[in-house]
Design a protein around this ligand. Structure first.
Ligand code: GLA
Length: 694
């Protein structure tokens, strides 16, 4: 990370595509970058055709001049390996490198990411280009960061061509060893799907009916691995030729196709592209969730917001711009959740191509535009916040995220097609966010012991090792809150026999008799009363309690030691337990047998109260987000972000009601008892280490 830490303070800049412009424009670009306080630009993401005009020649002259120019102006470079868009000459020489869909259609040249992840020709050419760039620029003083490829999995996540089929068979051999083992794992006794040899296996192309689910699950795993293998091939070259320069690739927030736990092991720095929709009043909640994941991928280390739009994007059906102050607020939100910089797509607005209506730091109108004033202002504010770089925040609780389980959950032919991971996760996250609770994400392989509370909105696929870890966690005093349709299948997607939730049945103290999906457009009533126990009459008639609505999913469950905290009060399950808690060992295990959607908050309040977890700041007005980063010396940085349209008064007091005294770094003013936040306003308050320790 040495090179990157030489760039002082927070990182600020964007993708710069100078190959789209005559060189005279570059001079203006660097002058304006200095005016805006830009200190890092991403260069060369789509420059392959320019760098390698044909199979026999290279053209680095322009990039030499460009890197020298930015270096003279004090701007560092995040240099891309340019491999995301193979040039026409390569495609025409190797038409087999174009990707093929499940229906057998070969996708054409003319966009980007037109490559098969398993194509030897593509990989060889990509590695050759990466090596040429690394050898030429490894010592260039402008080089601060390598940027491999661009958004793996954005347009092409899978390919069904013969090369992919061969690679899939190789991968299966490595995973299963023998075809007998594969037959067992895939359950091929079903529907006469038995294979005599690996050679008989093909990718899950479009078939007459439902395809073998374990084949589909292995395919998901393979596709994430196939793209990762490409990434690792480039990374290996950079590590070999250009050691000491950190390497990243831009992730796409919570993307189903790629197991980012596995991917992030190969990153020196996690970076993310985030495009919350200004038309969505709840967009900041999803953004917070994605940023918490990015921070968690490397155990809390600072990450980089690699791309965001200064205003509108160009790829939604309707592209709403960001009103004044929203872009600043959302940029600060990334910092509030652990980013050490905010970059953009892109620096200068394109005049041609598919993204010419995408906003840019320097809009088409030039420096007279509102967008330019915003760019300059944000750069100045980030300079004022420079000291927060390197500080960290840690979640008060953790959320389990398992890509394997996500993939398996969303396979077809389940009791309900409405059980989607993000639909299950988002309301839980939103409820925690609304309560001011900050969470970290954890992979299933992690030891959750450092967290008093662990949320698992869904664990459809649960191997016994993970189940044992969770059981130990609860026995040792942890609190596990588990959502419906969990503990169902093993890693081959075979049902755990003997009653759901399989290996979690003992710690949860319940058994599921039957899944009971709720028809679309209807809901089932649930009454929550945290004080009621199993002795409650099972007819659902008790007075009081909180009325909640379950949607899409419910379960007929029976308790086996757990107490009932909520019951179904309408529909066929009336009187049966809906939410339970099992005191187990020194901890407790909670089970929600239904999908409570937006109503889940009051249920989550119970384990939060049991764990004694409160909002970062007591008395936070609605719509105001608060997080706190800490520097190594203990200095605190309290971020207060008003996502609402109204002015808010924020009381600045600790949970112990002592006043919090500090300095708002954005205005340079000392803070008092309360702080007034304008609509879409923000404050970043430095809290002295002594006070933080007290
Ligand atoms: C992604 C890509 C960029 C650009 C932007 C537009 O983030 O990485 O190249 O296409 O989207 O929003």
């Amino acid at each position: 990370m040495d090179r990157l830490t030489r760039v002082p303070g927070l990182l600020y800049g964007g993708d710069w595509n100078p190959e789209q412009w005559p060189e005279q424009v570059w001079a203006e670009d660097v002058k304006l970058m200095a005016e805006a306080g830009v200190n890092l630009v991403t260069v060369g993401v789509f420059s392959w055709a320019r760098l390698q005009p044909d199979a026999y020649s290279w053209d680095f002259g322009w990039l030499d001049r460009l890197l020298d120019l930015v270096h003279r102006h004090g701007v560092a470079v995040d240099l891309a390996t340019a491999t995301a868009s193979p040039p026409a000459w390569l495609v025409r020489a190797h038409p087999e490198l174009l990707p093929v869909t499940a229906d057998g259609i070969r996708l054409e040249f003319g966009s980007r990411q037109h490559y098969c992840p398993s194509s030897p020709a593509y990989r060889e050419a990509a590695v050759r280009l990466t090596r040429a760039l690394a050898e030429r620029y490894r010592h260039h003083p402008a080089l601060a960061l390598w940027h491999i490829h661009n958004e793996y999995g954005d347009h092409v996540q899978e390919c069904f061509c013969p090369a992919s089929a061969a690679d899939f068979r190789r991968w299966l051999r490595e995973r299963h060893g023998t075809v007998d083992e594969l037959n067992r794992s895939w359950g091929t006794a079903f529907w006469s799907q038995h294979y005599n040899s690996f050679e008989q296996i093909e990718p899950p192309r479009t078939a007459p009916g439902p395809v073998n689910p374990t084949q589909l699950l292995d395919w998901r795993r393979f596709c994430s691995d196939a793209l990762l293998a490409l990434h690792r091939a480039e990374k290996a070259v950079l590590d070999e030729v250009s050691p000491g320069v950190p390497v990243t690739t831009n992730f796409m927030s919570m993307l189903k196709a790629l197991d980012y736990w596995e991917w992030s092991r190969h990153e020196d720095l996690v970076s993310d592209d985030a495009y919350p929709d200004p038309a969505d009043p709840r967009a900041h909640v999803n953004a917070a969730m994605n940023y918490d994941l990015m921070r968690s991928l490397k155990g809390g280390r600072p990450w980089l917001l690699m791309e965001q739009a200064p205003s509108a994007v160009s790829w939604r059906p309707v592209n709403v711009p960001k009103p004044p102050d929203l872009h600043r607020l959302w940029s600060l939100q990334a910092l509030a959740r652990g980013a050490d910089g905010v970059l953009h797509f892109q620096w200068r607005a394109s005049v041609a191509g598919a993204e010419k209506f995408h906003s840019a730091m320097l809009p088409h109108r030039g420096t007279a535009a509102r967008g330019w004033r915003q760019t300059v202002r944000l750069g100045a504010e980030l300079r004022r916040l420079g000291e927060i770089a390197g500080s960290r925040l840690r979640g008060q609780a953790a959320v389990l995220l398992d890509w394997d389980s996500w993939w398996a959950l969303e396979l077809d032919d389940h009791p309900s097609g409405r059980m989607r991971w993000l639909d299950l996760l988002r309301p839980w996250y939103a409820a925690l966010h609304a309560r001011g609770i900050t969470v970290d994400f954890l992979p299933p392989s992690a030891e959750p012991d450092g967290y008093p509370l662990l949320f698992a909105p869904n664990l459809y696929l649960l191997d016994t090792a993970t189940a044992e870890r969770l059981t130990r966690y609860v026995r040792g005093g942890g609190r596990l809150v588990c959502g419906p349709f969990s503990g169902i299948a093993d890693r081959h997607d075979h049902i755990h026999p003997g009653g759901h939730p399989g290996p979690l049945r003992e710690p949860l103290g319940i058994v599921v008799d039957e899944h009971w999906p709720i028809p679309d457009g209807t809901t089932t009533a649930v009454r929550l009363d945290g004080t009621k126990t199993e002795s409650t009459e099972p007819d659902g008639t008790e007075p009081g309690g909180t009325e909640l609505r379950a949607e899409h999913w419910s379960e007929w469950i029976e308790t086996e030691g757990a107490e009932t905290l909520a019951r179904y009060t309408s529909g066929p399950l009336t009187g049966l337990p809906a939410v339970t808690r099992h005191r187990y060992g020194a901890g407790s295990a909670w089970y929600l047998s239904c999908h409570l959607g937006a109503d889940v908050g009051p249920v989550l309040d119970l384990p939060l109260a049991e764990a004694g977890l409160n909002a970062e700041l007591p008395g936070l007005p609605p719509g105001v987000e608060a997080t706190r980063r800490h520097a190594a010396d203990g200095t605190g940085y309290l971020f207060l972000l008003n996502h609402g349209p109204e002015e808010r008064q924020v009381p600045l007091r600790t949970p112990g009601t002592d006043p919090l005294t500090g300095t708002d770094l954005l205005t340079g003013t000392p803070t008092g008892d309360t702080l007034t936040l304008a609509p879409l306003g923000a404050a970043v308050i430095r809290l002295p280490a002594a006070q933080e320790r007290a």
